[in-house]
Write a protein that binds this ligand. Sequence first.
Ligand SMILES: [Zn+2]
Length: 262
Amino acid sequence: MINVALAVLAHPDDAEFLCAGTLVRLQQEHGWVIHVATMTPGDCGSAEHTPDEIARIRRAEGHAAALAIGATYHCLEERDLRVIYSERPLERVVRLFNRVRPAIVFTHSPDDYHLDHEQTSKIVRAAAFAAPINNFLHGPGHFEADKPLDHIPHVYYCDPLEGKDSFGQPIQPTFRIDITSAIEAKSRMLECHESQRAWLRKHHGVDNLVDSMKDWSATQGKAGGVPFAEGFRQHLGHSYPQDNVVGILLGKLDKYNLLNEV
Ligand SMILES: [Zn+2]
């Protein structure tokens, strides 16, 4: 059986910032097939280009970043600042799940600085629940090429940007993954998002996308006692898978969780 991990984040470059190191390790150490999806093509991420122009540029950057690690990129074609938990994006994500059949899904923290991220988190959580339900897309009057999933995939929430919610309160990951061996591959993926380096300098005041990613990965690494790490929380609500398959495959850094699971 082929194991598949899928990241569904809001914008091109989010996965490369938040969970790419873990994706690289799943692929390199365990042969997992990796897919990266974004809800939008990043159509508002420019002060110079029209929405269509920048969308075209950023879809190409998303493809290039995924290709840098032999992964596949998908754009779900919602629009920046208009990602809303509603029927259309939910059905699009369920169709993507049924097509690529992920065992593990990564998405945004439910609390985050950006509402597109929070809505994506809701959509992915709901899609994971809906994807195995036959009547959701496969009832009378529907024709679907891909059958429902066999079961709900494992769902993991990435860190919010800067590790805080919209009140500035810290959001602690429940476990961290050592990505030191994957930091160069993660950087190479992020470097593919050339348009964003210029945009972030102008709009957010962030001077270098790759440096900020490395700084954040180093912050989580320090908390875990390694050079670079990524932090996650697993969705553990009723009926979602309860075993931490990412932690089991890649090893967790946090003593707190190790003690809890003994
Ligand atoms: Zn984003």
